[in-house]
Design a protein around this ligand. Sequence first.
Ligand code: FES
Ligand SMILES: [Fe+2]
Length: 363
Amino acid sequence: MLVETEQPWPRNVWYQAAWSQEIGAKPLARTILNQPLALFRGADGKVGALEDRCCHRGSALSMGTVVPDGLQCGYHGMVFDAGGKCVHIPGQDSIPPQARVKSFPVVERQEFVWIWLGDPEKADPAAIVDYPWNDDAKNWPHKHGRSRVKCNYMLLMDNLMDLTHIPFIHRKTVGGGVVMEQVNARMDVKRTERGVHFIRWMRSITPPPTYVKGAGFPPRIKVDRWQEFEFVAPASVIQWTGALPVGCGAEQNRDQPGGFSLRMYHGAAPETHGSCHYFWTGANGYRQSEPEATEQLYSELAATFEEDIAFLEAQYERIMADPHRPLVDIKHDSARVQMRRAVERMIREENKTPHAAGAIAAE
Ligand code: FES
Ligand SMILES: [Fe+2]
């Protein structure tokens, strides 16, 4: 099955809609799962998500203004609360009950704004991915990024599941040019309840440029490096990577000072079948009291992901030029293949509607 062409996406899941910091005094227009949205922070500080289409004349609500009672359409001034109900029509006392727009469940937590576009009855905040490091800026100072990428969201997840691309396309940042030391990493992959987990160990390797800049490793030092990635279906990846000088016993204890340590979250929210929002955040577990260390890490990561994005967009174009032509899996696809299966299972589960089950039982 080609997710890129034939597959929709799971709907009954939480997708990241924005970083908290993106939603301020002005409404934010964003499309997720082909649904145009107006995200706004009400006077009570809570984030609301409405369809980006006024019920009066179809104007984009994201072009409106936040007022004490909700979001005011910029065209003729109708006001909608976070539940989508019209609460004010300028110059008209009675509000017809059909004067409402769709609203969607939203949860703001750990600096993420999550949205649920599926069946609202099933929206359970307990299913939201936990990323506690955003709440621990003292030990894990961080800075968030976001890009719109012109590819199906699954290609972005693929990219994170096969890290053998790193020494090839990220030579100047997290890769360095030493290919064999990195592609020969020991890789342990296991299926989890919600996705797949892997850890890669590279023993006694040359630290890549980003690690040297961050940790201040001296020239010619060798390090033990790890990459631990947990994929949570359908579109979240929690990462812990780092390196310690050889001889520190990194495999026994990664939580030691004197090395490079990076916590990350990567998330994708499909915008359309051919585009997605890439949310990422990077936290430095070294030189925590130096804001310039966090800034430097952010620039290194932003440059790294620009390199990924250039590859992903070109790759998507090539695939879509002949979408049914098969591709070849190699050894390094082990985590990637499991990741795809987890998403496919999720979509299959969701498509098992009571109606379909009834039809089978009646046969
Ligand atoms: S289009 Fe929104 S108030 Fe008229
Ligand atoms: Fe990459």
